[in-house]
Design a binder for this molecule. Structure first.
Ligand code: ZN
Length: 370
């Protein structure tokens, strides 16, 4: 409740659990409790008016206002809130104790519509090549760079997305997508793996013992979670998109992204590092010191990649012999994972197809008889 919240005038704050959304409004530097208080006050202040003019709406809001009251009385836990800001200038403060699914953050490129809304689109008629279809596998030569025209998510001018297919031994096809804008310097890279949905997820554990291990290739897909007990690091799927790099490169990126969020949140208000309680600041400083030590090879640690789509990979240095520092295990996806990946609906479809297939052999048999 006391976490800091920075709400910019372009952001949308939601209380997911109650299904309510706060309209965009003036920017606010407050706490979770502060935002909820604001919503409570604005909803309840007009209730008497609603009772006369829109009794149905009044009645529908009664239970929601009750729940908000409960939350403020410290009696409505747990609840989930979200903040969505296309400018990237809002935040809810993370803590060093956020583990599992407690805190999730996802960066996304702005769409053309969002750029237009923000008034930074250069050409209002431009059509962005969003979700460029992946070219047919057969036509793509490994290692060759293919360029596709696109609209820069940063400044919305024309730029190119470069795509390259990479061959990783003993692994499936991997595509690296990179965007670099010459107008504004926007850069991003993504890794996508092809193939079908596997039956099981894959958990890979790597014990990092020396500098050689730090330079192992690692592929973390966008569905993959990463955690390390020694480093107290948990990276939720989607926080960092798909990456094909080294162990050192991945840790450095995690470090830089987090460090930027924690200590350099907003240049204009100076919020973030400066306004943080000193005990929190110390915790984060310890956390980053440990991460730095890991990156520079001063400590041993274990990292685990947990990928429900089995699309992640750690370079094996002993293949075909057994690499004792890597442990790989298949695991059954949890219901939550299946839900999040949208596999639940697909299963229903697959089921129907199976039934049709069952019919076919019978038809074939009938034909043979005649
Ligand atoms: Zn740009």
């Amino acid at each position: 409740m006391q976490r800091q919240v920075i709400r910019s005038d372009t952001s949308i704050f939601k209380i997911e659990t109650l299904g309510i959304e706060m309209p965009k409004g003036a920017g606010q530097l407050t706490t979770v409790e502060g935002v909820i208080q604001t919503i409570y006050e604005s909803l309840s202040s007009e209730q008497s008016l609603r009772k006369e003019q829109a009794p149905e709406l009044h009645d529908a809001l009664v239970p929601i206002i009750d729940k908000l009251q409960k939350i403020m009385d410290r009696d409505g836990y747990p609840f989930t809130i979200s903040l969505d800001d296309p400018t990237g200038n809002s935040w809810i403060a993370p803590t060093t104790q956020d583990s599992g699914n407690k805190y999730k953050r996802r960066d996304y490129p702005r769409t053309h519509e969002q750029n237009e809304e923000l008034g930074i689109a250069s050409d209002p008629n431009a059509v962005q090549n969003e979700g460029v279809a992946e070219p047919e596998d057969d036509d793509i030569v490994s290692g060759k760079v293919y360029s596709l025209p696109a609209e820069c998510p940063g400044c919305s001018k024309d730029c190119f997305v470069n795509m390259k297919k990479v061959d990783i031994p003993y692994f499936k096809e991997v595509f690296v997508w990179a965007t670099a804008c010459e107008h504004c310097g926007y850069r991003s890279s993504e890794v996508k793996t092809g193939g079908e949905v596997p039956d099981k997820g894959k958990r890979i554990t790597l014990s990092v013992e020396n500098e050689v291990d730090l330079s192992r290739d690692i592929l973390k897909s966008d569905t993959c979670a990463l955690y390390s007990e020694e480093l107290e690091v948990t990276v939720q799927p989607g926080t960092l998109g798909g990456r094909f790099t080294t162990v050192e490169g991945l840790l450095t990126e995690i470090r830089d992204q987090l460090h930027g969020q924690i200590f350099d949140v907003d240049d204009t208000t100076g919020a973030g590092g400066d306004s943080m309680a000193s005990s929190d600041k110390e915790k984060w400083e310890r956390f980053f010191k440990r991460l730095d030590a890991a990156i520079s090879g001063e400590m041993k640690f274990v990292i685990t990649l947990e990928d429900p789509m089995a699309n992640s990979y750690v370079q094996d240095l002993c293949a075909p012999a057994i690499d004792h520092q890597i442990k790989t295990e298949d695991y059954t996806r949890t219901d939550e994972e299946e839900e999040e990946l949208g596999l639940k609906d697909m299963k229903v479809e697959g089921y129907e197809e199976d039934e049709k297939k069952d019919d076919k052999p019978a038809e074939g048999a009938a034909e043979q008889k005649s």
